[in-house]
Design a protein around this ligand. Structure first.
Ligand code: AMP
Length: 279
C-alpha cells in the first residue's frame, strides 16, 4: 500500500471510507507492540488508519531526533500483512508548515514523571495527536499501556477539547524475558540488552510484594530502587508509585496505583510500568 503524504489526500481517502475507523498513531520502526494495536483496531473497527510520523515537537531539547530509527519501506511491509485501509506518512513541513505555532498543553499532568524529565514532550504529543485526530477523524484511537502517561495525557486532551473519539488502551507487549518492546531497544548493545529485562523484573518484584500484602507506597518504591541498584549500569531517572488519574506520587497505603520507572542503560533511555490493584 502506498503511504499518503498529503493532509488533503488523506482527508479525501478518509471521507471515502464507510463505517467505523480505528486510528493507530506511531513514529514508525514498527514492532509487535504496534502491530497488536493495529490488530485490536482491525478486530473492533471496519477500517484502520495508521500514521507514521517522527514528531519533532515531542523531542525535548538535547534529545537526538536524528538518531530515531526510520525505515518506511520496512514499516509498510509489516503493515501489508495487516488489515489496514490507509497509511498516513507526512513530511514534517506538511504537519508543521512555517509559522505553525499553536500548541496544546493539558496542564500539570503533563509536567510530572516523563514531563519533568522531558520538558515540553507532552505538549508535542498532545499537539500532534490532536492534529492527527482532526485530519483522520477516527471513531477510536488505539494506544499502548507501555506509554501510560501518554495515554492519560491524550485521554485528558480528548475530553477537554471534546474530540469525538474513544480512547482505547491496549496491554504492553513484551519480549519473552519481560522487556517491553520499544523502537529504542534497537539502540541497546548486546550487554545492555542483557540488562534491560531488569526494569520489568523490578516492577514484577513489586507486584509480587503487593500481591503478598505490601501496601506501603514507600516500601514498593524502595524495593524497586534496591532491585535496580544491583545493576550499576542501570541509571534510574525515577521510580514512581502514583495515583492512576493525576499521577500524583502516593504516600501511605496504596489501593490502586500506576507503578512506573524510567532508566538509562548506556545512552538509551527506557520506560516501563505496571498497574497495581486495578479495580
Ligand atoms: P511510538 O511509535 O513509540 O510513538 O508508539 C506508538 C504507539 O505504540 C503508542 O501508543 C505506544 O504506546 C504503542 N506501543 C509502543 N510500544 C508498545 C508495546 N511494547 N506494547 C504496546 N504498545 C506499544
Amino acid at each position: 500500500m502506498d503511504p499518503i503524504e498529503s493532509i488533503a489526500v488523506l482527508r479525501r481517502a478518509r471521507a471515502a471510507l464507510s463505517g467505523s475507523v480505528g486510528f493507530v498513531p506511531t513514529m514508525g520502526a514498527l514492532h509487535r507492540g504496534h502491530l497488536e494495536l493495529v490488530r485490536r483496531a482491525a478486530a473492533e473497527q471496519q477500517h484502520v488508519v495508521v500514521s507514521i510520523f517522527v514528531n519533532p515537537t515531542q523531542f525535548a531539547a538535547g534529545e537526538d531526533i536524528a538518531r530515531y530509527p526510520r525505515d518506511l519501506a520496512r514499516d509498510l511491509a509489516a503493515l501489508a500483512d495487516e488489515r489496514v485501509s490507509l497509511v498516513f506518512a507526512p513530511q514534517v513541513a506538511e504537519m508543521y508548515p512555517a509559522g505553525a505555532t499553536t500548541r496544546i498543553d493539558v496542564g500539570p499532568l503533563a509536567t510530572r514523571l516523563e514531563g519533568a524529565h522531558r520538558p515540553g514532550h507532552f505538549i508535542g504529543v498532545a499537539t500532534v495527536v490532536a492534529k492527527l485526530c482532526h485530519i483522520v477523524a477516527p471513531d477510536a484511537l488505539y494506544l499502548g499501556q507501555k506509554d501510560v502517561q501518554q495515554t492519560l495525557v491524550i485521554r485528558r486532551m480528548a475530553r477537554d477539547l471534546d474530540l469525538p473519539v474513544q480512547v482505547i488502551v491496549c496491554p504492553t507487549v513484551r519480549e519473552p524475558d519481560g522487556l517491553a518492546l520499544s523502537s529504542r531497544n534497537a539502540y541497546l548493545s548486546p550487554a545492555e540488552r542483557a540488562l534491560a529485562p531488569e526494569l520489568f523484573a523490578a516492577l514484577a518484584a513489586a507486584a509480587q510484594r503487593f500481591a503478598a500484602g505490601e501496601r506501603r507506597a514507600d516500601a514498593l518504591r524502595g524495593l524497586i530502587r534496591r532491585h535496580l541498584a544491583a545493576s550499576p549500569a542501570i541509571a534510574v531517572d525515577y521510580v514512581s508509585v502514583a495515583d492512576p488519574v493525576e499521577l500524583h506520587e502516593l504516600d501511605g497505603l496504596v489501593a490502586h496505583a500506576v507503578v512506573s520507572l524510567a532508566a538509562t542503560i548506556g545512552r538509551t533511555r527506557l520506560i516501563d510500568n505496571i498497574v497495581l490493584g486495578a479495580p
